[in-house]
Design a protein around this ligand. Structure first.
Ligand code: RB5
Length: 145
């Protein structure tokens, strides 16, 4: 699996933790930035990650900012993206099982690295259940923007 990951300055430290964890799990990581602590605009990063997920060059995406909120707002404006902002393991699991989320959004200023890593693992290891959930997800994807 290849995953694209990105953060703004508010998420750069958690991004590094998650990158290390993904590498330990032997998952290919594509880091689109940001690469410094200099202030930047999270929508620019969200667009880069989501384009790769939408065109299939990455299977899934991870976006980190201070709260995860800005990233999730931006990501869910992009065609083909189902971004889930998760602050707990149950939501991360359900975002895959019921919603087939293809982008995970996390807040560095909200979560400690340990919980964020557990959330990531749950999100990576849970498959979409399909069935009635597929019909519902299809309805989401058919909503015109
Ligand atoms: C940046 O200060 C902060 O606004 C950003 O990281 C994010 O939390 C926005 O939703």
């Amino acid at each position: 699996m290849k995953i694209s990951i990105g953060s703004d300055h508010g998420g750069i430290h958690l991004k590094e933790v998650l990158k290390r964890h993904l590498s330990e799990r032997e998952i290919e990581v594509d880091d689109v930035g940001t690469y410094t602590e200099e202030s930047c605009d999270y929508p620019d990063i969200a667009i880069q990650v989501c384009r790769k997920v939408a065109d299939g060059s990455s299977e899934r995406g991870i976006l980190v900012c201070g709260t995860g909120i800005g990233m999730s707002l931006a990501a869910n404006k992009m065609k083909g993206i189902r971004a889930a902002l998760c602050g707990d393991v149950f939501s991360a699991t359900m975002s895959r099982e019921h919603n087939n989320a293809n982008v995970l959004c996390l807040g560095e200023r909200v979560l400690g690295p340990g919980l964020a890593t557990l959330i990531l693992d749950a999100w990576l290891d849970t498959e979409f259940a399909g069935g009635r959930h597929e019909r519902r997800v299809d309805k989401i994807m058919a909503i015109e923007k």
